[in-house]
Design a protein around this ligand. Structure first.
Ligand SMILES: [Zn+2]
Ligand SMILES: [Zn+2]
Length: 182
């Protein structure tokens, strides 16, 4: 009898030409950025109120509140959505917007969540990892880079890795297309 092969969902990026054209069009449009540093912004919705924040890697480096506007982000000041490194080399586009619900220390939903644009950017080191869907390597890098930058202890790094895992899993589930030039 033929051995049944279990279908394992492939993690990685789509090469579908129709979706690629669509994604390219989206990348050409203006996006939500900060008027001061021109970095793309994340947003958070709680009880119907939306607030904006800089991506994780940028937060402590730029001592200003995010000023939402629309325009073209500057690649030089844009940080990698995967590890927080400044300077990016590729963009990816997900098929849908991602909202990741917040959880408390016990893993229970808190009722708030973070929203992320369909446009994602990656540094030169993360880009090949994203293309291959190498989640473990991406998370190791994120925990290392962000942990070192913000001088975090062991427990905080573990928490950071857990949060990054939920976000990056959501990214791969949202059927990303790419890479595109940054
Ligand atoms: Zn800013
Ligand atoms: Zn990176």
């Amino acid at each position: 009898m033929a051995k049944k092969t279990k279908k394992v969902p492939r993690r990685g990026v789509s090469g579908n030409p129709a979706r690629r054209a669509q994604a390219e069009q989206l990348l050409a449009e203006d996006t939500l950025i900060c008027e001061i540093c021109r970095a793309p912004l994340d947003w958070k919705t709680a009880n119907g109120i939306t607030s904006f924040s800089h991506p994780a890697g940028i937060k402590l480096e730029f001592e200003h509140r995010p000023m939402p506007t629309t325009g073209k982000p500057t690649p030089a000041t844009t940080v990698c959505d995967f590890c927080g490194e400044t300077g990016i080399s590729a963009s990816f586009v997900t098929a849908k917007q991602i909202v990741v619900p917040d959880v408390d220390a016990q893993g229970n939903p808190t009722g708030t969540g973070n929203g992320y644009d369909k446009r994602w950017v990656a540094c030169a080191r993360c880009t090949p990892l994203v293309e291959r869907g190498n989640l473990a390597a991406l998370l190791d890098r994120a925990a290392h880079m962000l942990g070192a930058r913000h001088d975090l202890g062991e427990a905080q790094r573990a928490r950071l890795r857990r949060d990054a895992k939920r976000l990056q899993e959501a990214f791969f589930e949202a059927e990303p297309t790419g890479p595109f030039p940054a």
